[in-house]
Design a protein around this ligand. Structure first.
Ligand code: KG4
Ligand code: ZN
Length: 338
């Protein structure tokens, strides 16, 4: 009988150290150690992130293996994030994966983090999965892309941001509002009680399917500075309306281009991926869009939206079955292309 491969996935591109065990397309364990320390600095400090990964990687892998119920010797391959990401962070996952694979005499598989966010849709948890071709709005702290996916191996970016990523727009706006890093989830939380039309912010004019968020950030900054001059407690008194209005602006920018991409490609299978796809307002707007316009919408489970190693392992699975292994001289690449 054909044996389903058991893959250890390692993710360490930014500030989350994660390890997962997959058997075929099923997740046996998916452990994540967050680095809350960065909230003290208002953003990820690369040097600290790298050191924290070094501390966390061994225990996180150990727990992932224990929770999965398999033995270390059952693992058939190690998949790890090659890039894009912070170099010092990537190197920890890369070195660990190689050492583990050498020790166990199993192959390594290098994975593109952004492709892994998309392939997270194929983790088997009884959910419906997109059919090819489909479009994926990949929105994270570092990237904002509309990707056309024709097969597991053939993906092309048809729209991208010309400045900040959508997650950055959330986090930078949150910083202006004096919220802790990462601010995206906090804006989402406060927005639930706020009025989305309370404040209007500038709308970018960008050609084609590309995005821009830097103007929005400036418009938010000016508005807040003006109001705070008149009333020093302006932010605290209006935090919910501010969050709802900022979130509304960011999600509108995303959805406008996504709808344009659907119109241009005539592809009606739509997926979202990346940390910002955890946003509850984006999820509900997409759900309405699908009800109204008969699109098929695919939204990953919450834990597979933000950075996690299960997505690295599923991407590894698809390379494993095609025997696309890497050599031990595989290098990390901070700006790995798609
Ligand atoms: O994919 P991810 O975990 O890491 C990167 O590869 O960047 O994405 C992190 C980003 C952060 O900017 C964070 O603020 C944002 O995702 N994020 C959210 C939410 N949850 C995470 N943004 C808005 N609403 C959320 N609920
Ligand atoms: Zn990510």
């Amino acid at each position: 009988m054909h044996k389903e491969p058991i893959i250890l996935g390692i993710e360490s591109s930014c500030d989350d150290t994660s390890a997962a065990i997959l058997k075929g397309r099923k997740v046996l364990s998916n452990e994540i150690a967050n680095q809350n320390i960065h909230s003290l600095y208002g953003g990820v400090v690369p040097e600290i992130a790298s050191r924290e990964h070094q501390k966390n990687i061994v225990p996180v892998v150990d727990i992932a293996i224990k929770k999965s119920g398999i033995k270390k010797s059952d693992i058939d391959a190690v998949a790890f994030t090659k890039g894009p990401g912070l170099m010092g962070s990537l190197l920890v996952g890369n070195s660990f994966a190689k050492s583990f694979a050498m020790g166990m005499q199993i192959p390594i598989i290098s994975i593109n983090h952004m492709k892994a966010h998309i392939l997270a849709h194929f983790i088997d948890e009884g959910n419906k999965q997109p059919n090819f071709p489909f479009l994926c709005l990949t929105v994270s702290g570092g990237h904002t892309q509309i990707v056309q996916i024709n097969s597991f191996n053939e993906m092309k970016i048809i729209g991208t941001t010309i400045d900040d990523a959508a997650g950055e727009a959330f986090d930078k706006s949150a910083k202006i509002l004096k919220l802790e890093y990462p601010g995206g989830p906090l804006i989402d939380k406060y927005a639930k009680q706020g009025k989305k039309n309370a404040y209007k912010f500038g709308k970018p004019k960008v050609k084609n399917l590309d995005f821009s968020f830097s103007g929005l950030k400036t418009s938010i900054l000016y508005k807040i500075n003006n109001e705070v001059k008149k009333n020093p407690s302006f932010i605290e008194e209006n935090i919910e309306d501010l969050c709802a209005s900022i979130q509304y602006s960011i999600i509108n920018i995303l959805l406008e281009k996504l709808e344009k991409a659907i119109e241009q490609t005539q592809i009606k299978q739509i997926a979202i991926a990346g940390g910002v796809s955890a946003n509850s307002y984006l999820r509900s707007r997409l759900q309405h869009l699908s009800d109204d316009k008969k699109y098929d919408i695919y939204i990953p489970k919450f834990e597979y939206c933000t950075d996690n190693a299960a997505m690295i392992a599923i991407a590894g699975y698809y390379k494993y079955i095609e025997k696309k292994f890497s050599n031990l001289d595989e290098i990390s690449q901070a700006s790995l292309k798609f």
